[in-house]
Design a protein. Structure first.
Length: 432
């Protein structure tokens, strides 16, 4: 037993020694032995730059008179302006309430479509009230055979309908004869008046009789059309097809059925959406809520936040307030016109909301700002006669074509507003 314990101790000591030796060897392999010379080199610096350049010592571009005329350089001063403050927020575009309607089957039946109209497809534009589908209702299996009492009532209904059709035809023929007689009487009265053998009163009375006959004929025709439109199907268990129309103008978003499919009552058939007007939902932190001017319009841009000619000003929407309690945010809504279908439901955009009050701010024309590949903002400052230097600036917001500068340039400096991109090409060597 003692020999066994001694063997275990010997093995443990041997393993520990091997681990210690391996660690020392690894450190020596990867780091190398420490030496005073290397320590001194490390203290002096690990890298050496032959031409160190800071942003305050960038290239100075000096143009010739011919190059300045060719580039059409335009200059504008940096100045302090009273500006309306704005703040960007992330926003979601959504469909308004009622802009998307799902049409369901009112009864159980078989889906079909008319031979003149194609079957509704996703993305097809439709108008309000346009017939899209036909639904052939089906009676329940227990009512597929009519009872004797129902057969008697059905026969009475057919008899009544036939009698109504006969009466409508008779009234129509009677009204047609009265119109023809009134026309003949009017022609006779006009001829006698022309021959100085009649009176104007007779012509007026004949005209009135013709108008009354025409009115009676129109009423008789309407009654006949109404009676003719009533149809009774003698086959038990089936009814006349029901037209399924579009509830609003827009495009078909989804279709859940195909032609010839039997659906249950309440089954969804298709969905129609109208995206000509959208809502912009802007979640705002409750701490910022009091500082916003909610009566002003919001400017909608892409997520990069850069103002452009395609930005839209949207007006506030009077909607019930909503909030996100877990995020301590309240939702603001704006109405976004979308007749050109530029925006889509679910799209992410940036909403620039107006803050209360105005501020005195260093500003320069927004056209003077250029962006690098990393999103950095720069301007070209004119430092002398045909001499320009690129400066980094920090733009806070844009108001009416003027960019508010947080830092980077001082009032009184002159910046390039037209030709900045050409100057960048000259500086970096890719301009012609």
């Amino acid at each position: 037993m003692t020999n066994a314990n001694g063997s275990y101790v010997t093995r443990f000591v041997t393993a520990a020694a091997c681990i210690l030796v391996g660690a020392i060897a690894s450190r020596t392999l990867f780091t190398g032995p420490a030496s005073p010379a290397k320590s001194a080199t490390t203290a002096q610096g690990a890298a050496k730059t032959t031409h160190p350049v800071s942003e305050s010592q960038l290239n100075t571009i000096e143009l010739t008179e011919a190059a300045e005329r060719r580039l059409s350089i335009q200059i504008s001063p940096v100045e302090e302006r009273t500006m309306v403050r704005t703040r960007p927020y992330g926003a979601d575009i959504m469909l308004p309430t009622g802009a998307s309607v799902i049409v369901s089957a009112p009864l159980a039946g078989k889906i079909s479509t008319s031979s003149k109209e194609p079957f509704p497809e996703v993305g097809r534009k439709v108008e309000e009230g346009h017939d899209l589908l036909k639904l052939l209702p089906l009676l329940s299996p227990e009512r597929s055979v009519l009872t004797p009492a129902e057969r008697i009532r059905f026969a009475e209904a057919k008899n009544t309908l036939a009698q109504s059709r006969i009466d409508a035809d008779g009234l129509m023929q009677q009204a047609s004869v009265q119109v023809e007689a009134a026309k003949i009487a009017l022609e006779r009265a006009e001829r006698l008046l022309k021959e100085k053998a009649g009176t104007v009163r007779a012509v007026d009375e004949a005209t009135a009789q013709l108008q009354l006959a025409q009115k009676a004929m129109a009423a008789a025709k309407a009654r006949k059309d109404q009676v003719d439109s009533v149809k009774l199907d003698e086959e038990a268990g089936t009814l006349e097809p029901i037209a399924i129309t579009s509830p609003l103008s827009g495009i078909i978003r989804t279709v859940q059925v195909r032609s010839g499919v039997i659906v249950a009552a309440g089954a969804p058939l298709f969905e129609v959406m109208n995206e000509e007007t959208l809502w912009v939902k802007v979640p705002v932190y409750i701490g910022d809520f009091e500082g916003l001017d909610l009566a002003q319009s919001a400017r909608i841009t892409l997520l990069d936040g850069r103002p452009s000619d395609h930005d839209l000003l949207v007006k506030p929407a009077a909607l019930p307030p909503t909030s996100v309690p877990l995020a301590a945010a309240v939702d603001l809504y704006y109405v976004l016109p979308n007749e050109a279908h530029k925006y889509q439901s679910g799209q992410k955009v940036a909403a620039h909301l107006t803050l209360r009050g105005e501020t005195k701010q260093v500003a320069l024309p927004w056209s003077a700002v250029i962006h690098d590949v990393y999103g950095g903002q720069w301007v070209y400052e004119k430092t002398g006669d045909r001499k320009f230097v690129r400066r980094r600036v920090d733009i806070g917001w844009v108001d009416g074509g003027w960019a508010a500068v947080r830092r980077g340039i001082q009032p009184g400096a002159s910046v390039v507003t037209a030709g900045a991109a050409e100057l960048a090409g000259t500086e970096f060597g890719f301009a012609k």
